[in-house]
Design a protein around this ligand. Structure first.
Ligand SMILES: [Zn+2]
Length: 273
């Protein structure tokens, strides 16, 4: 099962993703360079794949709405991560945002149509950069690699670096990454710190949770759908705000104070080729 998953990941990847599997050897993978550089390589491989699939938006009026928020978040988050954060719009059906190791943050265009205010969008992006700051994806993929290696008794040999193998695993799970609730909650808290530092009201993420709970919406962004019972996350955020009044007291918890957010309908998009 796990082997099938791994092989399928390889087959659906680019032609250059050639991995040789050998049965019966679960030894360590060749290590090349620092973990941090592995993150950069993982991020680059995902970028190449999304580009090859024609999903990355090169230019669009949607960037006019996204860029100021992304720049403010980058200013606040960059001191906590050693590769530059870069934000890309991608075209997919499911409203979502996801960050990959190495600093790239992908914002699905439909998310811009989905959020009700600037704070909800900023909260989502602050949450995603926090996964990168915490190295959550690389940790999860490394765990996955160990499980798959044990399950199939296979190791990936002859050439591919650890980063390459982790990137393949990540490509196979890009849209179904499931972090534990604790990992999600930790990204919420760091995300709220990042958002507070930008001046965007960190209550935005809580409003987003509440909107989904109250609304009868078929499409739920992945960052929420894995953990439909978000009350724990909301409570953890509220406690965090209460414990740090000097940071959070100035922000209004009332969604009526939110900054309305809207984007032009059916905005044109030019894709990176
Ligand atoms: Zn998350």
């Amino acid at each position: 099962m796990a082997a099938c998953k791994l092989i399928r990941s390889v087959l659906t990847g680019t032609a250059t993703l050639l991995v040789l599997l050998t049965v019966g050897n679960a030894g360590p993978l060749p290590q090349q360079g620092q973990n941090q550089d592995d993150e950069l390589q993982m991020g680059q491989e995902v970028f190449n794949e999304l580009k090859a699939k024609g999903e990355i938006v090169e230019s669009s009026p949607l960037y006019d709405q996204l860029t100021p928020i992304a720049e403010a978040i980058t200013r606040a988050a960059q001191p906590r991560y050693n590769h530059p954060f870069r934000f890309y719009l991608v075209h997919e059906a499911q409203p979502n945002a996801f960050a990959t190791p190495g600093g790239n943050v992908y914002v699905v265009d439909s998310l811009l149509y989905f959020v009700r205010n600037t704070e909800e969008l900023a909260g989502t992006l602050c949450h995603e950069v926090s996964h990168t700051i915490h190295h959550d994806t690389v940790t999860l993929m490394e765990k996955q690699r160990k499980i798959e290696a044990r399950e199939v008794g296979a190791a990936v040999l002859l050439g591919p670096t650890r980063a390459h193998v982790l990137a393949i695993l990540l490509l196979g799970k890009l849209h179904s990454l499931s972090y534990s609730r604790d990992v999600e909650s930790r990204a919420d808290l760091t995300g709220s710190d990042v958002c507070a530092a930008t001046g965007y009201n960190p209550w935005g993420l809580i409003w987003l949770f509440q909107n989904f709970k109250n609304a009868n919406i078929g499409q739920v962004p992945q960052l929420l759908s894995d953990h439909p019972n978000d009350q724990n996350r909301v409570e953890a955020l509220e406690q965090h705000f209460q414990k740090n009044p000097s940071v959070f007291e100035k922000f209004n918890s009332d969604p009526k104070s939110a900054t309305p957010f809207s984007v032009p309908k059916n905005a044109p998009e030019v894709f990176l080729r």
